[in-house]
Write a protein that binds this ligand. Structure first.
Ligand code: NAP
Length: 556
């Protein structure tokens, strides 16, 4: 326990008082709790799910796995933990990741401070006391000095507004909100709407069970084989022995939080044969690092075209029906400008006699009938419908909470033209409100665990800094925030990313402002920026002592 007093000095009488309220008990909220408790702070975590795990609690669809290898998609803060946990596969399935999260909750005794099945509905900042009042779905209100939003970037499942959907007589599932009981599609005709990462993982598994599977595709996506396999004990040992360097590299030098060999040249620096050999090598190795074949794939359109062309050729080789292959070949965005998908037998699944691909860009969905999906040209009869239609990403979960900062202004009002933050960590006008992996930070462009740990450590240190100096509020300055938002956009627009209609841009939500949300500058670069900001006395943030505390200090 810290020798410093708890901060809950100015709270209104009556309400339960905390130093910090954390919203969400996924990877971010759990580690945040662990660190803050280590500082002797009184912390309460609210989690709307029935258990810990966040994304891994909700996304239970068939075939769900992470697209970052498990030896790297895992906490690094405890060496004992990383040495003792045995990942079974290169990409562990969702159930194993959830077991790991639960193991962490137990091992670090986190559960007593986590309240499950409770949603945070509103949080209001009181300028008179510099505290937040947090109201939860059970009707209770508590006060707290700090609020940390650990609400996840992809946690607000989005059900599209398709005519007739409520009248469909079979079961409707959303990949991001999957039932806890096993779903059995045996003997059923199943429809899947969407062809993003979630669909690409679930389609091959559903196809094996269903009598017939119809995949409704609006936009084709690039997918690279995962080459998932059991991890041998030698492979696990190699990671464990080299963890100090692997983790250091991921945090400090990588762009995306993943330890991987970095390219030393651009795609056009190699001749055709050498380039093809390199892509072939990456394709055989599998996984997200395909995009690291060359150092300019996301910067230079001609370089990108060479990689995109390679993957299109692979699709044509795998998929036997030329019409289907053509439909599966993405043509409308550079490869990697949307998160690249990682699959097991996705394209080959379209060779099965029980699988049909419907291109709903040319043959659009008109409505859902009680027993079919009606597209312009025909009715596709189905017994069950899977919506793999994604999330209101990055801002969706935050937007669902009524957050009122200074002068009663809500964060939704402030973000009406797109999210504005300083470093993705705080938004001006909302003192003592931190966001873990918020818009404006590398977040979804990185190995989330690396970015989560960096933010949690930074926030923990900022709070400790304030406590040591008797400071009561911290907030982003308008000027620093404006500069950061401009920088995030400038960096994004120097790449090919904005050329895609992706959820990075909010383009998947009708009416959502188009602003590039994650920070592309790279995990290592971003980390250095945050560290320097802190070392310079939290440059760009305004910190202040309470007037009351100052008066007390003067009179004593
Ligand atoms: P997504 O990438 O947003 O994909 C949603 C899909 O649904 C797209 O194909 C989209 O088409 C389609 N869609 C949306 N609304 C539609 C409508 N009204 N009518 C027809 N089609 C519609 O969502 P996701 O697949 O759930 O993945 C989201 C992110 O989660 C990923 O990018 C990734 O970061 C993460 N994720 C990761 C993993 C993993 O680790 N392996 C797995 C799943 C998800 P358009 O493209 O035309 O909009």
């Amino acid at each position: 326990m810290s020798a410093l007093p708890s901060m809950s000095g100015h709270h209104a009488a009556g309400a339960e008082a905390y130093d910090v309220v954390v919203v969400g008990a996924g990877f971010a909220g759990m580690y945040m709790l662990h660190r803050l408790r280590g500082q002797g702070l009184k912390v309460r975590v609210y989690e709307q799910g029935g258990d810990v795990g966040g994304t891994w609690y909700w996304n239970r669809y068939p075939g769900a796995r992470c697209d970052v290898e498990s030896m790297q998609y895992s906490y690094s803060f405890s060496d004992e933990l990383q040495q003792e946990w045995n990942w079974s596969e290169r990409y562990a399935p969702q159930s194993e990741i959830l077991r790991y999260v639960n193991h962490v909750a137990d091992r670090f005794n986190l559960r007593p401070d986590i309240q499950l099945s409770i949603r945070v509905d509103r949080a209001v900042f009181a300028e008179s006391t510099n505290t937040w009042s947090v109201t939860t779905s059970d009707g209770k209100t508590v006060t707290t000095n700090f609020v940390v939003l650990a609400t996840g970037c992809l946690s607000n499942a989005r059900v599209p507004d398709i005519k007739g959907l409520p009248d469909f007589k079979g079961q409707v599932y959303h990949t991001g909100h999957w039932p806890h009981e096993p779903v059995d599609f045996t003997g059923l005709r199943v429809g899947v709407i969407g062809t993003g990462s979630s669909a690409i993982q679930s389609v091959p598994v559903i196809a094996e069970q269903a009598r017939h599977l119809t995949v409704f595709q609006r936009t084709a996506n690039f997918s690279i084989p995962a080459r998932n396999a059991e991890l041998t004990s030698e492979e696990r040992e190699a990671f464990r022995k080299n963890y100090p360097e692997i983790r250091r590299f991921a945090r400090e030098e990588s762009r995306n939080g993943i330890y991987a060999e970095l390219p030393d040249r651009g795609a056009l620096d190699d001749g055709d044969n050498a380039r093809r050999a390199k892509y072939e090598q990456r394709w055989t190795k599998g996984g997200l690092t395909f995009m690291l074949a060359y150092n300019n794939l996301i910067l230079d359109k001609a370089a990108n075209d060479s990689a995109a062309g390679f993957v299109r050729e692979k699709i044509a080789e795998i998929v036997r029906d030329p019409e289907t292959a053509k439909r599966l070949q993405p043509e409308d965005h550079p490869i990697g400008s949307k998160r690249i998908c990682v699959d097991t037998e996705y394209y080959a699944t379209f060779n099965r006699p029980n699988v049909t691909l419907v291109d709903i860009k040319s043959d659009s969905v008109e409505e859902i009938l009680p027993n079919a999906v009606r597209t312009r040209s025909k009715d596709h009869e189905i017994d069950a419908l899977v919506l793999a239609t994604g999330f209101d990403a990055m801002t969706g979960s935050v937007a669902r909470i009524e957050l009122r900062g200074r002068e009663g202004r809500t964060l939704n009002q402030k973000w009406v033209e797109g999210p504005k933050t300083y470093l993705g960590l705080m938004s001006e006008g909302f003192p003592n409100l931190f966001i873990i992996t918020g818009p404006g930070s590398p977040s979804v462009l990185s190995n989330m665990i690396v970015s989560i740990e960096q933010h949690v450590d930074w926030i923990t240190e900022a709070i400790a800094f304030m406590r040591e100096r008797g400071l009561e509020t911290m907030e982003a300055s308008r000027e620093a925030e404006d500069r950061w938002v401009a920088h995030v956009n400038e960096v994004a627009h120097a790449t090919l990313y904005p050329q895609a209609n992706s959820w990075y841009m909010g383009a998947n939500i009708p009416g959502k402002p188009r602003i590039f949300m994650p920070y592309i500058g790279g995990v290592g670069v971003y980390r250095r920026t945050c560290t320097e900001v802190a070392a310079n006395g939290y440059e760009g943030f305004v910190m202040s002592a309470a007037e009351r505390a100052q008066k007390m200090a003067v009179s004593s």
